[in-house]
Design a protein. Structure first.
Length: 232
């Protein structure tokens, strides 16, 4: 296999093969250094590329899971990480006095960041323009979404209107970072439902809701320091 500029079409296949080929490489090939394997890969040796993907699969996954991209899941980012790693194999130059490991990390991060910027431009949303969940409601200082929710223990009509107004103000932001299940779970939880009641309402197992709430807490923690204080 020759490394080409269209190598991304082979990335998923290579990563899958690398995960299952342990101890099945040609004799002696697995004893080579990363740099030696890269040199072979650049000459068209597919086995050397598979070995590199296998050696670095944990690092590739770890880097892919460190980031968040609007409208994508973790698997999408891992795919971007794999593409970045493939480009590292293709473009590595040993004369630059940089180890392949360090070079590959740079390439993977660069690929992910490029993907994030591209997705952001497509949605016409700057990375720093997320609506804050701590913003004041109706420009009233000291009266933000989570303070309203925290004080809305009784669900009388007036408080329900206030809560709905608060949720509507951040709805667009929430829809960008939460899955439909996470969004539905959050709305029901903020209205006083228990995890079990949410599961019954949506029609999914309790474990699914537990996992959903865990994921959304991690996401919302990034844009609202007040979030965990409200949910706990």
């Amino acid at each position: 296999m020759i490394l080409t500029t269209r190598g991304e079409f082979r990335v998923k296949f290579l990563h899958h093969q690398a995960a299952v080929l342990e101890n099945k490489y040609p004799a002696g090939l697995n004893e080579l250094t990363d740099e030696q394997l890269v040199a072979l890969g650049q000459k068209g040796n597919s086995d050397s590329v598979l070995i590199l993907f296998y050696r670095y699969k944990l690092l590739i996954n770890a880097l892919g899971r460190k980031y968040y991209i609007i409208g994508a899941d973790k698997e999408d980012l891992i795919q971007e990480a794999m593409l970045g790693f493939y480009k590292a194999i293709r473009d590595f130059d040993p004369t630059q006095k940089l180890s392949f490991k360090n070079f590959s990390v740079l390439c993977v991060k660069r690929q992910i960041i490029t993907a994030i910027k591209t997705a952001t431009r497509q949605k016409h949303i700057p990375l720093n323009s997320f609506t804050s969940l701590d913003m004041d409601i109706n420009e009233q200082p000291g009266r933000n979404l989570f303070q309203v929710i925290k004080n809305s223990e009784s669900m009388d009509p007036e408080r329900q209107v206030i809560l709905n107004e608060a949720l509507n103000q951040v709805k667009s932001t929430l829809q960008l970072i939460l899955s439909p299940l996470e969004m539905h779970s959050l709305v029901l939880y903020l209205r006083g439902y228990t995890y079990m009641q949410i599961a019954d309402e949506i029609g999914v197992p309790n474990k699914t809701i537990t996992n959903s709430m865990y994921r959304l807490q991690k996401k919302l923690k990034k844009i609202s320091p007040s979030f965990l204080d409200i949910l706990n």
